[in-house]
Design a protein around this ligand. Structure first.
Ligand code: PEP
Ligand code: MG
Length: 543
């Protein structure tokens, strides 16, 4: 028995055979060419073929895993259309006399280095993409196009690393789990595993060798372990957990359609947090009663340029329609700090978490804000839409944001475009300042939603991104709980409702505390909806 340790990316235990995936790749020759024009043509043909493959992969990913997963193949196509990339390959062939495969290899490596040196984590991750897409062209040039590995039985896919194209080629029902030597929780394996709901462990290191192929293993996506050739005791323990997992899952499914009501009859709005339409679909499948937080910035983060009003409307409208009568709260753009896209061209800041982000950015760029507000308002004609503003720290900001909303409404009225005149507006309470002046703010809007992730970071001066200081973090810090209580009292004093959409809202150890504070709504990620429903139903607040 051998236990390998890595980082768990997506929870759950699986038992099954290892499929060691080692795609055969051709060796690129360094031989110079005598026929540069012919090599340029060969490159162009291979590039066209790679584009066709990527288009097919995009369609496949779209059908199997949704738009977010598929988007990566769109990015790959864009990379192959990039003029700098093409010029570099052509130049190496015509001026340097490199053969086509060598020119692509050199170009891919150069672009990958440039991406890797960027500060932005998202751009850094594109380094692997440019290598992946270059390798695809090289494989075509060498006649070694990858074959789809045929899996006869559901297996744990083990690999050095998995590119998006590689992960996508496995049939979903043949994949028990993913385990890779490299990778981090931001890696493609991680992203795809989460969207596909497949347990995964990354960063297992050099111990992942081809001799593991065919061996039985236990993968624990929660603890981040892969145990090869498990002894009877380990196997029995894993089987027990597997059975419990299946039983828990079945018990949770039975809660679908049941009310979010405590034993003593207090009803809570149990909503979900989502970032795109696929997550919204998951939330609805988990029977969430609405959407308490739609993080619209993800739309911007995935785009290569500012999404237009029509592009945004298409997504918001679809989301509103999917929710039907259920409420859907769209949070306006919360960009800045850890969430940036290059086209925003944000200034470098000493303290970006306290810098030009969220509502501050929107108020500083009214054009950007108007585009989004108009799209959100127009979507409100198709469902039960509310709008909420992030990172509020003063009444002036709320007034300014509402003025902008009014301007957007006025422009739509002039153009005869429909929207919900009774659309509710709310703010995130995620700065201590907002909690402290909650009474004043409650007079300006219809509801509050507490963002405990940021509220805790600002109240305790503890950077939420910094892993190394997490030992100093107390998720149940009394300061944070008191600020939430203050906001709840202030909201209710003005007859407004209050919810929690930060991670703490899903913490079942605090559900009773929150309900006793009078919290009216809890908005959590889709997999947490049913466990939280179970908790709510078990409580008797009269005791
Ligand atoms: C929060 O801060 O708690 C929140 C819900 O917003 P985000 O995590 O997107 O900053
Ligand atoms: Mg926040």
């Amino acid at each position: 028995m051998r236990e390998l340790r890595g980082a768990g990316v997506f929870g759950g235990v699986v038992i099954g055979p290892v499929y060691f995936y080692a795609p055969g790749r051709c060796t690129v020759s360094e031989e110079k060419t005598e026929d540069p024009a012919g090599e340029v043509t060969r490159f162009e043909i291979a590039r066209g073929r790679a584009q066709a493959q990527l288009k097919a992969l995009y369609e496949q990913a779209l059908a199997q895993a949704g738009e977010e997963s598929a988007a990566i193949f769109d990015i790959h196509q864009l990379m192959l259309d990039d003029q700098d990339y093409i010029d570099s390959v052509h130049g190496l062939i015509t001026r340097g006399r490199d053969n086509a495969a060598r020119a692509v290899q050199k170009t891919g490596a150069r672009f990958a280095r440039t991406f890797a040196e960027m500060d932005d984590e998202y751009m850094k991750a594109r380094s692997a993409d440019v290598l992946d897409v270059s390798q695809r062209v090289i494989d075509i040039l060498c006649g070694a196009e990858g074959e789809t590995p045929g899996l006869s039985v559901p297996s744990i896919i083990v690999a050095e690393d998995l590119t998006p194209s590689q992960s996508m080629q496995f049939e979903r029902d043949k994949v028990l789990a993913f385990a890779t030597a490299k990778g981090s929780s931001c890696s493609h394996t991680a992203i795809l595993a989460r969207t596909k709901g497949v347990p995964a462990v990354v960063g297992l290191g050099r111990a992942l060798t081809p001799d593991l192929h065919g061996k039985t293993a236990v993968l624990d996506g929660e603890n981040g372990t892969l145990t090869v050739d498990p002894d009877e005791k380990t196997l029995a323990a894993a089987q027990k957990r597997l059975q419990k997992q299946q039983k828990d899952h079945a018990a949770l499914q039975a809660l679908k359609g049941t009310p979010d009501r405590t034993k003593d009859g207090r009803t809570v709005k149990l909503y979900a947090n989502v970032g795109n339409l696929e997550e919204l679909q998951d939330a609805l499948e988990q029977d969430a009663a609405g959407v308490g937080l739609f993080r619209t910035e993800f739309l911007y983060l995935q785009a290569a340029d500012y999404p237009t009003e029509e592009e945004q409307l298409a997504i918001y409208r679809r989301a509103a329609e999917m929710c039907g009568d259920r409420k859907i709260i769209f949070r306006t753009l919360d960009i800045g700090a850890d969430k940036t896209a290059p086209y925003f061209d944000l200034p470098a800041e000493e303290n970006p978490a306290m810098g030009l982000r969220a509502i501050r950015l929107c108020l500083s760029r009214p054009g950007l804000f108007q585009t989004q507000l108009r799209a959100l308002l127009r979507a409100s004609a198709y469902g039960n839409v509310s709008v909420m503003f992030p990172m509020i720290s003063s009444a002036r900001e709320v007034e300014k944001a509402l003025e902008q909303l009014e301007t957007a409404k006025e422009s739509l009225r002039k153009e005869g475009l429909a929207f919900d005149e009774k659309l509710e507006t709310g703010i995130m309470v995620e700065t201590p300042a907002a909690a402290l002046i909650a009474e004043e703010l409650a007079g300006l809007v219809d509801f509050f939603s507490v963002g405990t992730n940021d509220l805790a970071q600002y109240a305790c001066a503890l950077d939420r991104q910094n892993q190394t200081i997490q030992q100093f973090s107390d998720p149940h810090h009394p300061a944070v709980l008191r600020l939430i209580d203050m906001a709840a009292r202030a909201a209710h004093a003005k007859g407004k409702w209050i919810g929690i959409c930060g991670e703490l809202g899903a913490d079942t150890e605090l559900t009773e505390t929150f309900l006793k504070m009078g919290i009216d709504e809890l908005s959590v990620s889709a997999p947490k909806v049913l466990p939280l429903r179970g908790k709510i139903q078990s409580l008797d607040l009269s005791r």
